[in-house]
Design a protein around this ligand. Sequence first.
Ligand SMILES: N[C@@H](CCC(=O)N[C@@H](CS)C(=O)NCC(=O)O)C(=O)O
Length: 77
Amino acid sequence: MPELVLYYFESCPFCQKVLRYLKKRGIEVTLKNTHQDQEAKKELIEVGGKYQVPCLFIDGEPLYESDDIIQWFEDNY
Ligand SMILES: N[C@@H](CCC(=O)N[C@@H](CS)C(=O)NCC(=O)O)C(=O)O
C-alpha cells in the first residue's frame, strides 16, 4: 500500500467532505492539520507548490481537489 497523508484543516468544507467519505468507507490515513502544525503547512507548500487543502500525499506525490481525492480512493480501494 502507498503511504497516504491527508493535509487538511477543520473549518474547510472540502476537507470535511473527504474526511466524511473516509469515515464512511472505514479508510484510515495519516492526518496533518495545517492550522495546528506549521511544519505540515510548510511541507504542503514546498512539495505541492501551493497552500490548498485538502491535499493527499500518495507516497509523497501531492493530489489536490477533494473530488479527485475521493475518486482516487474509489479507484484504488
Ligand atoms: N476545489 C477545491 C477547493 C479547496 C479549497 O478552496 N480549500 C480552501 C479551504 S476551504 C483553501 O485551501 N484555501 C487556502 C487558504 O485557506 O489559505 C477542492 O474541492 O478541494
